[in-house]
Design a protein around this ligand. Sequence first.
Ligand code: AMP
Length: 286
Amino acid sequence: MNVIYTVNAMQAQAREWARQGKTIALVPTMGGLHAGHGALIRRAGETADVVVVSVFVNPTQFGPGEDYERYPRDLESDCTQCAQAGADLVFAPTATDMYPAQPGVFVSEEETANTFEGASRPGHFKGVLTVVAKLFWAVQPQVAVFGRKDAQQLWLIQRMVRELNIPVQIVDVPTVREADGLALSSRNAYLSPAQRAQATCLYRALQAARQQFDAGERDAQALHATMQETIRTAPDADIDYLAIVDAERFTPVTTLSQPALALLAVRIGTTRLIDNMELAGTAKTT
Ligand code: AMP
């Protein structure tokens, strides 16, 4: 697999592709690649001539005490998976190449970025939006592909692109799950076998809410209570937040009259997992 390690070399490659008239799709990742990332890479291949996968564990999106140091890093295995999914290039910059010693310029969103994931992880989305903007400048893609698994991140990136007139089309991909429903995540590797068994409570809770919704329930509090009860069946599960939000505005709803998303973040032991599911007119899992 062809790997580029610096922003300068990446920009030179992007210019060369542009000269050849080739379109570029970018799949931003933090490595620890799994079949979920594979689905994004394959989707990217349908949208452009060349596919770049960035592998960068972004320090500015981790808070103090989070898992930046121990986040899974294995570039060789990531490259193998990228090749299998049809990527053309891996962009794996170092933190010192991506950021100056004292970064002073950031991209931030001032409303939703401080709710849900942002409330639990202060500064997280400022780090995410800044690195995504920087990756866009480095790779200069026409298309960028993101997973619905990180629903709030996807919503914020769509807002950033819209409000800053960034000429990148955002393509989203449904969540890839294990056979028992657990959303694939690099952080699943932290779970012990007993915790792994309990981790299905996130999907079970979302499914239960979805079934209730499909049966006609439109009261967010009732759906909330159902999710809470399901999570409580797992002894090591600790709810960080549960919410039903309007899919367009990403704000909490009390009565579901528009497409909505059920969101949750749950700690299983020390591992924090997130998941979400669409609650819309037609039965469709995300
Ligand atoms: P990460 O490497 O965890 O930062 O994720 C990189 C991209 O992969 C993001 O757009 C995620 O939303 C997406 N992603 C992560 N897990 C999944 C999954 N299970 N299914 C689909 N996309 C995913």
